[in-house]
Ligand binder design. Structure first.
Ligand SMILES: [Zn+2]
Length: 213
């Protein structure tokens, strides 16, 4: 059974998705990362994606589905996939469901739920390494990056205005997807307000209790 992780930016969803993959050997799928990977390849799909990106257009939902299908077909084993941030909007949910059915796969959604004001606080206070781009949460007290010693800075788009715009996209587009899966009993909600290690461990416990791993 695959897993689709949902959560507002600042929920810790990405960190948790990676932790699940590391602990249980799941495959990790995140659209941005796959696009970057394709940029260095020379397959017909990679060429198509490059052409779209070079034209300055957004990658269409059809192409995103092609990327997911290609990803599924390239897997070296039958370990499940953790989808980080997919499906992001209702039209994508419809095509994603169809693709899953076509590939004879099933998934459970997990929503890492964090109130908007807490997510805002986490995002405005986080810092990023100016050299290696590692992200550090508000409670990281050191001045320098622990991986490379680089200076930690606040990202220019981590200001309340830009964050609110990103939140709006989540509430307008992704929230209906979450509601849909909730109504289909395909979504479990987990409290994302404790520190990230606690949330991560709670997700591990949940996956084990529900026999999803
Ligand atoms: Zn660094």
């Amino acid at each position: 059974m695959d897993i689709a992780l949902f959560g507002i930016q600042g929920s810790g969803k990405g960190t948790i998705a990676r932790a699940v993959c590391t602990k249980y050997g799941f495959h990790y799928f995140e659209t941005g990362g796959e696009l970057r990977k394709l940029a260095s390849q020379d397959t017909p799909l990679a060429k198509k994606v490059k052409a779209v990106m070079e034209s300055g257009s957004l990658v269409s939902n059809e192409i995103v589905m092609e990327i997911i299908e290609d990803f599924m077909e390239s897997l070296p084993d039958d370990k499940p996939i953790v989808f980080d941030g997919i499906p992001r909007k209702p039209v994508q949910a419809t095509t994603f469901d169809a693709l899953m059915e076509k590939k004879d796969r099933d998934f459970m959604g997990i929503l890492v739920e964090v109130p908007e004001d807490m997510a805002m606080e986490r995002l405005t206070k986080r810092r990023v390494c100016s050299k290696c781009k590692s992200v550090y949460p508000a409670d990281y007290k050191e001045e320098a990056c622990e991986k490379c010693g680089g200076e930690l800075v606040t990202r220019s788009d981590d200001n309340p205005e830009s964050i609110k715009t990103r939140f709006h996209a989540y509430f307008d587009e992704t929230y209906p997807v979450i509601e849909k899966y909730k109504s289909e009993n395909k979504l479990i909600t987990i409290d994302g307000t404790p520190d990230i290690e606690t949330v991560r461990d709670n997700v591990f416990t949940l996956l084990e209790e529900k026999e999803l791993v």
